[in-house]
Design a protein around this ligand. Structure first.
Ligand code: SF4
Length: 453
């Protein structure tokens, strides 16, 4: 059964920047290459029970307990991805992402079922309108395999929660009636799990909306099921340019020859590829693992886009790292490798605040004449401010005149532009009216009145 007797490095692997083609676990040794490379065969033979998983890996008591739990998040692993797991090492970074353990059942205080408040930001079911000019359109709850830390575990994988044609119609109607939306991110679940005609119909209807400039797809299919990125899929997608794709990739060992080939097919079709990585304890919380990952990505023409702090969702507590770990990783990347290989580290703000970028500080101090900076080596330098800067004049700038109203979401940009003086938390004015509530009088007048009394 054993594919490797080598112990795993903690949270890492002995893999070079591009892992070789996926091995095959012995139970599938006799499967023909035609079947193995057929995405339908892969989906039909997914592993979902302890009995099936035991045929591929040696389950630990912790894993057995996680699998046996009554209400666990859905388990399904494609044979392709299961073959990447080390059968003898429960710390294997591939295995830990898809096999539950007892620790998944342990709650933590900050956990929230919908930690990003997506439901509260959904004007219609499955459509999240959080930012001024773009929306997130959830089109399916199904994935090829299921990540134990899934942000949308409240709906993903649940066979009773499905988006219908009526939901799609309502979502598209909202987008068509909202001219501010210029960018639609199609996600789920995994949109590439939809039957091709259904996905194409959705992309076509979105493309028919004149103000929708850019379509995006969020997917993990090139990693869980690279066989699905076939010529038919790619030929369909390329008809809907400009179409961008964000692929969820967490570890260099996921970048097998098969995943590399899938990304190549997409990139050759002119689809700009970005990577979204979730920072996961014991899996990729290591600057060197992360450096191997970003190097593998850029070789596959995938731009490292976001490094996410793990969300506060139930079941994901043991995957969380301190925020400082993410900052340390960015510190180890910025300046130490190509700038375009450095993702933006973000916390998706609990409560629906959107992505907040965080990272090391490089600006040490500033005056009106100079800023003091440090570089990645700790070298401290200064940049002198211009003495004759003629400020930009928005009244003479065509782009400023064309700018669309952001309806209360201008934020700090609005403060800098002088459009408002403050941003106050809810209830601020009411709280600060307390002085009038207790009938405040000028002190001189109050003293005088008390003297007369
Ligand atoms: S692929 Fe994405 S949506 Fe599916 S389980 Fe993983 S994180 Fe969740």
């Amino acid at each position: 059964m054993s594919k490797s007797t080598e112990p795993e490095e903690p949270g890492g692997s002995a893999a070079p920047t591009l892992a070789p083609g996926a091995p095959r676990a012995p139970i599938w040794a006799a499967v023909s290459p035609q079947e193995w490379n057929d995405w339908r065969w892969q989906l039909m033979h997914r592993l979902s029970s302890a009995g099936e998983l035991r045929q591929v890996i040696r389950l630990t008591p912790e894993e057995e307990e996680g699998i046996a739990a009554e209400q666990h998040f859905r388990i399904d692993v494609t044979p392709y991805f299961a073959s990447l797991m080390n059968p003898d090492d429960p710390t294997c970074p591939i295995r830990r992402q898809v096999i539950p353990t007892r620790r998944e059942l342990i709650g933590f205080q900050a956990a929230m079922v919908d930690s990003l408040s997506e439901e509260a930001h959904s004007p219609v079911p499955g459509l999240v309108h959080r930012y001024p000019d773009r929306v997130l359109m959830l089109v399916t709850t199904q994935c090829a395999s299921y990540c134990r830390y899934c942000t949308r575990s409240r709906i993903v994988g649940d066979p009773h929660v499905q988006f219908s044609r009526q939901h799609y119609a309502t979502q598209i109607e909202y987008i068509a009636n909202t001219p501010a939306v210029r960018d639609v991110l199609v996600s789920g679940g995994d949109p590439l799990m939809l039957p091709l005609p259904i996905l194409e119909n959705l992309l076509q209807r979105l493309r028919d909306i004149p103000h929708v400039q850019v379509l995006r797809i969020g997917t993990r299919i090139p990693i869980f099921l690279p066989q699905r990125i076939d010529t038919e899929m790619v030929a369909m997608l390329r008809r809907y340019h400009p179409l961008w794709m964000n692929v969820h990739i967490n570890h260099p060992r996921e970048m097998t020859a098969e995943a590399f080939a899938a990304c190549t097919r997409l990139a050759d079709a002119g689809i700009p590829l970005g990577c979204q990585t979730v920072l996961l304890a014991g899996i990729n919380d290591c600057p060197n693992v992360m450096k191997e990952l970003v190097h593998a990505l850029v070789r596959a023409r995938v731009r490292p886009y976001y490094l996410y702090q793990c969300d506060l969702v139930p079941g994901a507590g043991h995957f969380r790292t301190p925020v400082g770990k993410g900052i340390e990783i960015i510190e180890a990347l910025r300046g130490h490798t190509s700038g375009f290989a450095v993702p933006t580290y973000v916390i998706d703000a609990p409560g629906g605040g959107g992505k907040v970028p965080i990272g090391p500080q490089y600006l040490i101090s500033q005056s009106d004449r100079r800023v003091v900076l440090r570089n990645f080596e700790g070298f401290i330098t200064t940049y002198s401010e211009p003495e004759d800067y003629a400020p930009h004049d928005p009244s003479r700038c065509p782009a400023c005149q064309r700018r669309l109203d952001e309806e209360g979401q201008e934020g700090v940009v609005g403060l800098l532009a002088g459009e408002r003086i403050t941003i106050a938390p809810e209830g601020f004015e009411r709280i600060h009216q307390r002085l009038t509530r207790i009938r405040w009088r000028p002190i001189k007048k109050a003293l005088a009145e008390e003297g007369e009394a």
